[in-house]
Design a protein around this ligand. Structure first.
Ligand SMILES: Nc1ncnc2c1ncn2[C@@H]1O[C@H](COP(=O)(O)OP(=O)(O)O)[C@@H](O)[C@H]1O
Ligand SMILES: [Mg+2]
Length: 282
């Protein structure tokens, strides 16, 4: 019988639409379920019991991990796993988890106060990058080259409403472009090198940056294998910085966009996702 998978998300983006449209021909039924209408908590999870698995694609930094945790606890197969989502949604937790597992990550400091911030600048030296612990699409990721600017930037952090928004990572600036590896299951199915083009120093695809396909690289493979060993098989966007001392993992997106790598590499990503889901449910 055809298996049914629910994409749990706040909205259908380009990637979700591609999956929903191409899955039936590949023998899988994929529906969108609004992440605001699940009301999980009932031990039998009636709101999702017609599905064989949930694919969590919430953009929210709080919903995905909570929904995955409750569904998993009720015995519903979830991808990515709750553990992986919890590790990825918080940049600081991810750094700690990967570093402990022996995966190379940039040096970093947690700043929850101006005292921490000053100490971090002293420890790391300028230039540094400051970024929110919860964030995405390059928002608020700030390059601080100038000591005169640093304290004024921190004034804005201090004025943010919630401690949740104030917690920041401070890390060395590692210029030179970044690499995005799309992992499905345990494999890198597509990889691309991004360069920040023109006005913005950040290389996010969401900021309109250019990329080119990256050939197989054993060192990249080794680092990404370390990530997958720690987080378990899943669908991940693993972002690396290339540095003179090797590749470092900047972040892992647990509901990655893939429009950029798909158009750069021509890989049929929905087919790979469907194959992974079918293998998981076999
Ligand atoms: N330490 C760093 N050194 C150099 N560039 C960085 C650094 N941290 C972030 N960037 C740039 O900023 C972009 C956004 O930062 P990132 O950590 O990926 O946060 P987000 O979750 O918002 O994408 C990265 O893709 C990269 O181009
Ligand atoms: Mg990023």
């Amino acid at each position: 019988m055809t298996k049914r998978v629910a994409i749990v998300a706040d909205r259908i983006g380009w990637e979700e639409r591609q999956l929903i449209q191409s899955a039936p021909a590949l023998g899988l039924e994929v529906d969108w379920v609004n992440d605001e209408s699940l009301c999980l908590g009932h031990p039998d999870t009636p709101s999702v019991d017609q599905y064989d698995a949930l694919m969590i694609r919430s953009r929210s930094y709080t919903r995905g991990g909570l929904i995955a945790t409750l569904a998993e606890a009720s015995g519903v197969p979830v991808l990515n796993s709750a553990g992986a989502i919890h590790a990825c949604e918080n940049k600081l937790v991810l750094r700690a988890v990967l570093r402990e597992a022996g995966v190379p990550v940039p040096d970093f400091r947690l700043a929850v106060s101006r005292k921490d911030f000053e100490k971090a600048l002293d420890d790391l030296g300028l230039p540094v990058v400051m970024k929110p612990v919860y964030g995405g699409m390059g928002k608020r990721v700030t390059l601080i080259r100038d000591a005169d600017l640093a304290h004024s930037v921190y004034d804005y952090i201090e004025d943010l409403g919630h401690a949740f928004e104030q917690a920041c990572l401070i890390e060395p600036y590692l210029g030179g472009g970044s690499i995005r590896c799309l992992v499905i299951g345990e494999e890198i199915v597509a990889a691309a090198e991004f360069e920040s083009a023109g006005a913005d120093w950040r290389s996010n695809a969401a900021l309109g940056n250019q990329s080119r396909a990256l050939a197989h690289d054993p060192e990249v493979q080794k680092v990404v294998d370390g990530v997958v060993d720690r987080l378990g098989p899943g669908i991940y966007g693993v972002d690396l910085f290339k540095t003179p001392s090797g590749h470092l993992v900047n972040e892992v997106n647990h509901a990655p966009a893939w429009r950029g790598v798909a158009s750069t590499t021509g890989v049929d990503i929905p087919a790979a996702v469907v194959a992974h889901v079918q293998e998981m449910l076999a």
